[in-house]
Design a protein around this ligand. Structure first.
Ligand SMILES: Nc1ncnc2c1ncn2[C@@H]1O[C@H](COP(=O)(O)OP(=O)(O)OP(=O)(O)O)[C@@H](O)[C@H]1O
Ligand SMILES: [Mg+2]
Length: 269
């Protein structure tokens, strides 16, 4: 069975999709076969590989939206996972058709809460599944948490009060009632500009609050991430010698080490 990691934060623009996109390249470089799942109706991750015109024209039944309908448990990996132009990266696409399913009370959807989890049982040809979630804690994020082994929380070094981290941790705790194996892989400081005193101060603060539950590697704000995304390529393949690619490899190694270590995550209130 692959290891499934979902990227959650209810605040927008913190680097969830960007992290999943570039980590996919890092994971392939580390010898992993990667399945990406776009669980965000915005479809940013999908568009990163195929562009907005192609993605917006895909029928609902060929996207992850299928896993939110009554025929969810009949959907196969073969039907939904499409290869990208990169070896060992496939993706289950999302677009606007997912929006109507992203409702605020996921617990009321019965067995469908398990649809992504069941779907991934078939994903034996992959080593790692990375799930991108929307900037809220509704049904899409919930379904990802019910399916995942680990959760990663990207946190820019800015006002944590506005990021709703408490709500994120509460939702993780609730999801553990359905998925007791769900563990916090940790917080990743993202979009950091070390030249800014305020960013350095917030990074220190987040490390004080969450301690071992913060990864050592910091994802900087770097144009290479944007430039390679515009070229529709994870930075590892587009600009392998950039600092951004180097740090992505470092982050990948740290994530894989944490998974292999099975380091017990700190319980965060
Ligand atoms: N480390 C980074 N360096 C430079 N640009 C970045 C970085 N991370 C993200 N970005 C850019 O910032 C924008 C928002 O990032 P991204 O889409 O990954 O955030 P998100 O958390 O997925 O947002 P949403 O909540 O809307 O899904 C994108 O244009 C992305 O390319
Ligand atoms: Mg996103």
């Amino acid at each position: 069975m692959p290891v499934t990691i979902c990227m959650i934060n209810q605040k927008g623009g913190v680097g969830k999709s960007s992290s999943v996109y570039h980590l996919a390249g890092g994971m392939v470089e580390a010898g992993k076969r990667v399945l990406l799942m776009d669980l965000d109706p915005q479809g940013s991750l999908s568009q990163g590989f195929f562009g907005s015109v192609v993605v917006e024209n895909i029928e609902a039944k060929d996207t992850v939206a299928r896993l939110f309908t009554e025929s969810a448990f009949f959907a196969t990996l073969e039907q939904l996972a499409v290869p990208t132009r990169f070896d060992h990266i496939s993706i289950v696409l999302a677009n606007q058709h997912l929006a109507k399913f992203n409702t605020p009370e996921p617990e009321s959807t019965g067995m469908l809460q398990y649809s992504v989890r069941e779907f991934l049982r078939e994903a034996v040809e992959f080593d790692i599944v990375l799930i991108d979630c929307p900037p809220n804690l509704y049904r899409c994020s919930w379904t990802a948490l019910v399916a995942a082994d680990y959760v990663l929380i990207p946190v820019p070094p800015e006002d944590f009060g506005t990021q709703g981290l408490r709500a994120v941790h509460q939702t993780i705790e609730q999801a553990r009632k359905l998925n007791p194996n769900l563990r916090r892989l940790g917080h990743v400081i993202s979009r950091s500009d070390k030249r800014l005193l305020i960013h350095r101060a917030y990074e220190q603060r987040v490390r004080e609050i969450y301690q071992g539950n913060v990864l050592d590697t910091v994802v900087p704000e770097a144009s290479a991430f944007k430039v390679s995304l515009a070229a529709r390529s994870p930075v590892e393949f587009d600009m392998p010698r950039s600092q951004a690619a180097k740090l992505t490899r470092q982050l990948t190694r740290e994530i894989l080490d944490r998974i292999n270590d099975k380091t017990p995550s700190l319980k965060v209130a």
